[in-house]
Design a protein around this ligand. Structure first.
Ligand SMILES: [Zn+2]
Length: 396
């Protein structure tokens, strides 16, 4: 198939053609030596998480379910959006090794990147508390995967995304302000703001960019005087060479707006924003535009390992052999990781009832779990976020 862009097509991904060569060679060898039908249990787990992360958000489960659809295996997985810890299996596959071994890199790629993005989004949302977080990061990624990134950022907790294609996929309205290009084309910020107000549909909040020519405080007041009550907010995308003390810039802008009777104007900050900066600014800023920090979040270091062959627990050194279960307390955030044959009824810490997190996803190639909407997954993430701690890098 002739393709324009350097991306793999769905059929090649499903067939196992988008993998590391050593898995294809392993497939050839096990077929030749009659091991292809050997029953194995493999689980996906992370033995380390990104710096400052004690927990992570699982994403990519829907695509993984689609990958295994039609493959003769049984898969159990944590529900998409589940907050998990190190060592815990998030997904378990049982079947003949020859039926799915070649998909190892594919499964990991789907889960690692989506979970990385969802986890960073969750960290940003947790840091922002009740303030808004908008994902502006698709420009950091190959366009072919931006719908995955928008979906992962949204389910991780971002309130909205700017990507048009991704927003459509998750059933949300894309959210945006205005680019510097608009102001540069007019050569005058006031003319650009007025044109935006006159042309763009009335239901779009008037958030104007206030950092192109003059100081943010000067442009913010100018914007408020130009659009008056119609001005919903101002965005500061201060260039890094001029950033100095962003907090002071925002505080000054608020003061000046207030002094002139424009208390209603919201302040949005973008440019180089991550969870550490959000935590420092969220008491003075109304919303944050986060791009590269979420789009290029540090990978969640999942591995997909054999833990049982022919009914016997096995693993390479440094890994826990055997089939496992993870139980979560329904009252506190405590998890318990145990061998699958052990039954856990109550929480060791608070005595609350526990629930098993690995639930059937695929049975003999058929999807048997409900695949919830992104909105539903996001609510599930936000609920769990209330109970976890956020460690931040305070030196940055
Ligand atoms: Zn408990």
């Amino acid at each position: 198939m002739k393709r324009i862009f350097h991306v793999a097509d769905d059929a090649s991904i499903k067939k196992g053609d988008v993998t590391d060569i050593y898995y294809q060679r392993t497939r050839d060898i096990v077929i030749t030596r009659g091991l292809a039908d050997q029953r194995v249990v493999m689980d996906v787990h992370a033995y380390s998480l990104p710096p400052m992360s004690d927990w992570a958000v699982l994403a990519g489960i829907e695509e993984t379910a689609r990958l295994f659809e039609g493959v003769d295996v049984n898969v159990s997985a944590m529900r998409e959006g589940t907050i998990f810890n190190r060592y815990e299996p998030v997904l378990r596959v049982e079947g003949a090794y020859g039926a799915f071994g070649v998909l190892e890199s594919t499964v990991l790629g789907l889960l690692r990147q989506a979970s990385a993005i969802a986890t960073k989004a969750a960290r940003c949302k947790k840091a922002a508390r009740e303030k808004g977080v908008i994902f502006f990061g698709i420009r950091a990624l190959h366009p072919a995967i931006t719908p995955m990134a928008d979906r992962s950022a949204f389910i991780g907790g971002c309130d909205s995304v700017s990507g048009t294609f991704g927003a459509k996929l998750i059933g949300e309205e894309p959210v945006g302000t205005m680019p510097h290009e608009l102001i540069l084309l007019f050569g005058d910020q006031v003319e650009a703001w007025k044109a935006f107000d006159e042309v763009v549909s009335e239901d779009v909040p008037r958030i104007v960019l206030c950092d192109t020519w003059f100081d943010e405080t000067v442009e913010a007041l100018l914007a408020a005087k130009t659009l008056g009550e119609k001005l919903y907010g101002v965005r500061f995308d201060t260039p890094s060479t001029r950033r100095g003390d962003v907090r002071r810039i925002v505080e000054e802008a608020r003061w000046i707006l207030r002094l002139n009777g424009f208390d209603h104007v919201k302040i949005v900050v973008s440019g180089g924003v991550n969870e550490d900066r959000i935590a420092k600014l969220c008491d003075v800023v109304d919303a944050f535009g986060v791009g590269t920090a979420i789009a290029c979040a540090p990978s969640i270091d999942f591995a997909f390992d054999i833990v049982e062959t022919k009914g016997k627990a096995i693993a390479k050194r440094g890994k826990l052999p055997g089939r496992k279960e993870v139980y979560r307390c329904t009252k506190c955030p405590r998890h318990q990781l145990v061998p699958a044959f052990e039954r856990v009824e109550t929480c060791q810490v608070c005595g609350g009832k526990v629930e098993r997190l690995l639930k059937p996803l695929i049975e003999r190639g058929k999807i048997v779990a409900e695949l919830p909407t992104p909105k539903k997954i996001r609510s599930y993430v936000l609920k769990q976020l209330e109970a976890v701690e956020l460690r931040l890098n305070t030196s940055s």
